[in-house]
Design a binder for this molecule. Sequence first.
Ligand SMILES: [Zn+2]
Length: 231
Amino acid sequence: MKAAAPPPPAAIVVTAEPVGKGIWWLAGSGNHRSVVFEFSDHLVLFEAPLNEARSKAVIDKARSLSPKPLTQAIVSHHHFDHSGGLRVAVAEGLTIITYRGNEAFFKDLLARKHTIVPDALEKNPKPATFEFVDDELTLMDKAMEVRLYHVLDNPREGTNLFAYVPRDRVLVQADLYDSTWQQHLWGANTLWNIEHRKLRVDKDVPIHGEIEPFQQMVKTIKEKPSIPAAN
Ligand SMILES: [Zn+2]
């Protein structure tokens, strides 16, 4: 056993599927997707998932989609499978957009030393720049409008953001819904948040799972047990 060479790490595959004008869904190996939004003169990434290797591959893929610079990364919430690429995103010079409640934890993550196995930020230290979202924030120019909303009253966790593109009626959400789940315990709250923000959604473009028509997502949630929305 000791003499055996460790198995090579699984290859990281990042695919890019257009899901609207200037919107790509980055999937591939694993079940941690990201989304790229194309503005007039820059690109914005939604989610730096899992770890440095996955997130660096996602950042490289985003940069291959357009000659415009990738300047910002929206990090939906603090769970590692969504924020594990935070440090490499900062090392790559991206401004981090996240909910205000993640500030202390994210700043702590960025301040840690990584001396045993130096990571991208340890090798290339950079001060982080942030843009914090309170209740909502709209990123908009002539080419793209992305609205970010804090997920309200979710029974699972309280510092999550979701995105909505009004032109394409696209919802981008992390951990609010995945068609493969056996139960949708906070499904009623997910639908309430969309209703509360008065959004007309046609398509769910998720961080976990597959893209679905919104009507299918509503049907699936309603068919499976859910904690009633408190609202
Ligand atoms: Zn997750």
